[in-house]
Write a protein that binds this ligand. Sequence first.
Ligand SMILES: [Zn+2]
Ligand SMILES: [Zn+2]
Length: 132
Amino acid sequence: MYCPSCKHPMIVLEFEKVETDYCTNCEGIWLDSGELELFLEDSAAKEELLNSFSEALTIKEKKRKCPICKKKMNKTFVSSDKDIVIDECKNGHGLWFDKGEILEIIKRGSINKENKIIRVLEDMYRKKTEGK
Ligand SMILES: [Zn+2]
Ligand SMILES: [Zn+2]
């Protein structure tokens, strides 16, 4: 699969038994539909986060194509503050997160801000930054 942002081939990265596609060039992550839910603890924060998704019609960012169906994806606001915008396949294939966005989103949807998946993602992004 190719990165919807920079077109580099993506590698499969496994977090907590969930397979994601990761771009080593721009450090974005693709999650198949339903995978984000697996990273969040069952809680009110999770419900709130998942219910906060809304189409970002006002955002003029360049549209990206879904790596699976190649159709242009929607821009979607996450969180009621509308300060994070992700790309969402209209056909329900999944979600694209630019570098660091997934970490921000999982933190908001989790009660424990130091949980395992957050630590793993933080480590991953930290290592990449130090290596430059
Ligand atoms: Zn990329
Ligand atoms: Zn698609």
